[in-house]
Ligand binder design. Structure first.
Ligand SMILES: Cc1cc2nc3c(=O)[nH]c(=O)nc-3n(C[C@H](O)[C@H](O)[C@H](O)COP(=O)(O)OP(=O)(O)OC[C@H]3O[C@@H](n4cnc5c(N)ncnc54)[C@H](O)[C@@H]3O)c2cc1C
Length: 343
């Protein structure tokens, strides 16, 4: 039988992941619409191929050889429709760059995702780990997610409340991991100003009642100062999640380390700053072989070139062991390995 035109073989993905890990995908498919996503899934099912969904590759750790089918949902388009009161419903295809979406919304005077400017990757991946930055998470504005399910080949729509969204977490990393391809999502944004300035240095960088564009520009400037550009120094952003510990563990730690940054959570637990823990172990700027901890941002691991996944995992395990030995706190990796599911 003739292979579908969309199917490519031996595609080099070394430049399609921001960590620049060397990777060849055995089979590769770019889908421009839901029908093409469904066709790719039928082919994968018929051949029993493992499936990898690839967005911008900014939160994914790729192996040297990626077996099965790698699918990129490139669905385009952003639409804006009036919602209730001053709200506007924004629908976006999975293939739209997240930052392009934020920019388009800011240009239209729509509030809600300006604090999430410059997060790399595509819109379709945003619900996977419920992207967040500067006190705002996708869950604050998400209305629904549409996806094609590998098990029945059908398109489904899941309300935001059913997506199990939490800190860097969602149903798509657990029960639905490796089962669905997100094709579209909808956000509820607002024409009414509601600046979110409570996190980090943001309030110091803007005027007393900042406008939407001012906040957007400040976020972009802060991020450009703090984070290495993956095009210049490959990285996957924060390599570890900020650990969330019980209130009693946090209290014990702050007795020993009064300057430890702590963020109380609504459930009574306390979020700690993983970057601070790593830095306090004296690891900032530490390099071993092809990988290192960024000299200005201890949470970011960088790839100097010539390394692979096994070396990166060994390096990150050594960091996590040092933090555990010093503080008794377990660090959990943020970027995902292919075919990984969280329990
Ligand atoms: C410099 C830098 C800064 C960053 N800053 C932040 C930050 O501030 N906040 C934050 O939350 N994250 C941040 N990240 C992480 C990353 O940008 C986000 O997680 C982003 O949403 C990943 O998008 P992506 O398209 O690159 O996904 P990928 O890395 O391609 O994929 C990530 C995961 O989602 C799955 N996936 C992707 N698309 C789909 C789809 N359509 N359907 C089903 N599954 C899919 C993949 O299989 C994989 O498991 C940063 C990363 C970098 C490199």
């Amino acid at each position: 039988m003739r292979e579908p035109d969309a199917l490519e073989h031996a595609r080099d993905l070394s430049h399609a992941n921001t960590m620049a890990l060397p990777c060849i995908a055995e089979r590769f498919w770019c889908a421009q619409d839901s029908a093409s996503v469904a066709a790719a899934l039928r082919l994968a099912n018929a051949n029993d191929w493992p499936l990898t969904v690839l967005g911008g590759g900014s939160n994914l750790l790729l192996p040297a050889r990626l077996a099965g089918l790698t699918l990129v949902p490139e669905l385009p388009d952003i639409t804006f429709a009036p919602g209730e009161g001053e709200s506007v419903v924004v629908e976006v295809g999975a293939g739209v760059s997240w930052h392009a979406l934020v920019t388009a919304c800011v240009e239209r005077g729509l509030w809600g995702i300006e604090n999430l400017a410059l997060i790399p990757g595509l819109a379709g991946a945003a619900p996977i780990q419920n992207i967040g930055a500067y006190g705002v998470e996708l869950s604050d504005v998400l209305l629904w997610v549409e996806f094609v399910d590998r098990r029945d080949g059908q398109c489904h729509r899941l309300a935001s409340t059913a997506c199990g969204l939490g800190y860097r977490d969602s149903i798509f990393k657990r029960e639905l991991a490796n089962q669905v391809v997100i094709t579209r999502l909808a956000l509820r944004l607002s024409r009414r100003a509601h600046p979110q300035l409570g996190y980090g240095v943001l309030a110091e960088r803007v005027s007393k009642s900042p406008g939407l564009e001012e906040i957007f520009s400040a976020i972009c400037a802060i991020r450009r100062e703090k984070l290495p550009d993956p095009r210049e120094l490959p990285n996957a952003g924060s390599f570890f999640k900020n650990p969330v510990v019980s209130a009693s563990s946090a209290a014990q730690l702050t007795q020993r380390y009064p300057e430890l940054p702590c963020y109380p959570q609504p459930d009574g637990r306390v979020k700690l700053a993983a970057g601070w823990l790593i830095e306090r172990c004296g690891l900032k700027g530490w390099r071993q072989g092809a990988f290192g901890i960024h000299a200005r941002q201890a949470l970011v691991l960088v790839h100097f070139g010539g390394g692979d996944l096994a070396e990166l995992l060994a390096f990150s395990a050594a960091i996590a062991e040092r933090v555990h030995a010093t503080f008794g706190v377990t660090l959990v990796r943020e970027p995902r390995q292919v075919h990984e599911a969280d329990s």
